[in-house]
Design a protein. Sequence first.
Lengths: 113, 111
Amino acid sequence: EAQVTQNPRYLITVTGKKLTVTCSQNMNHEYMSWYRQDPGLGLRQIYYSMNVEVTDKGDVPEGYKVSRKEKRNFPLILESPSPNQTSLYFCASSYRDGGDTQYFGPGTRLTVL
Amino acid sequence: GDSVTQMEGPVTLSEEAFLTINCTYTATGYPSLFWYVQYPGEGLQLLLKATKADDKGSNKGFEATYRKETTSFHLEKGSVQVSDSAVYFCALLGVSAKLIFGTGTRLQVFP
């Protein structure tokens, strides 16, 4: 089954404790991206990747890092989480770029205390 | 910069009512336009899209027409069902091939 998986689905952590949210897709897609969803703000792109070893900032990259060492994986790293990063995070992938149909993961709800 | 504006929700309807969710955009050139839907507890799914002016996207009884003259892409459905209850996002493909989303409109359909 074609899918995008994220782990964990729920996470409660404390300020400053490094964490990683994993994202994996099994569709051989080149394009992957991370979004955060906040009430009243919709989805905002954090980072995206056009292919292996090619990443670029989205609209709200501060406080986040990503890597794309393999085509299928695109982890999101929070080196020193802060309460303003409490949000619902989605990973998405598509064949080539943002104009292709985006396939979204189920989301990760992160709470930073 | 490019942006998408959606009507605020929630939109509350009875089953079989007519649905319109307004979406307008500001963009350079002629972007592709999309509607994505998010069912409770899930990620977003593409509902329909249109790539040029006067195109009509349709899927699952939903329709939206790309109106260049009014820079709009309103979502419509003739008869909603309880199962259509979800959050609907309008989006455009901006420069650098990035998707830009609206803030979302929650639809609640009651029996």
